[in-house]
Design a protein around this ligand. Sequence first.
Ligand code: ATP
Ligand code: MG
Length: 219
Amino acid sequence: MDRDRSASSPKTKIGIMGGTFNPIHYGHLVTAEEALYQFQLDTVIFMPTGRPPHKSRKDLASAEDRYLMTVIATASNSRFTVSRMEVDRKSTTYSIDTLKELRKIYGEEVDLYFITGADAIFDILTWKEPETAVKLCKFIAATRPGYDLKKIESLREMLMGKKEVDPKNNIIYDMEIPALAISSTDIRRRVREGRAITYLLPDGVMNYIYKMGLYKNSS
Ligand code: ATP
Ligand code: MG
């Protein structure tokens, strides 16, 4: 596991936890908390997607519901905030546009870290302008059950031209987290089948799902 050696840098370090959050669950929260600690981030901004390009629309809760569930789940953590940037965007959401906007807002005075699970880091390859993305921010890929972190080496090679890079020039870090085989897909399936979802996500989010009748008839 390689680490950012420039940890003593006085720059503010901001983590961006992007996701559909359909719904948000403990896998997301543990990942963000571990990134805060392991990379000494000052804050993590949760960024629910508006209209994600890669997801089917059928069982996608509205952007507003996903935003509110993310607020409920993160409210008690003073280092977590939630952004409406993507939710309010009218067109299809691309993470690259968000990164460009964040750079514009914060200028060069901050280090941006895009936090993903080991599965989602590979989506970078399907992003618009991956070569621009790696200039705008660094990436943290968290272990996720069923995904091989070794593949990140080939991703590094693809985006940076080599497998082994000097840690201070690195832009893709891997991060070990306590493995949680929780997914939003599984939670939606459980709701549809009338099975319990307690202990997979915060109670407030679970209550919101039931109150609003989300995912009952999804397929
Ligand atoms: P879905 O099943 O609908 O794809 P998901 O559980 O994968 O949902 P997303 O909103 O797609 O959740 O994920 C947002 C980010 O969180 C992604 O980078 C994903 O890799 C990461 N992530 C999701 N669940 C976990 C988990 N259990 N452990 C580590 N990372 C996770
Ligand atoms: Mg996913």
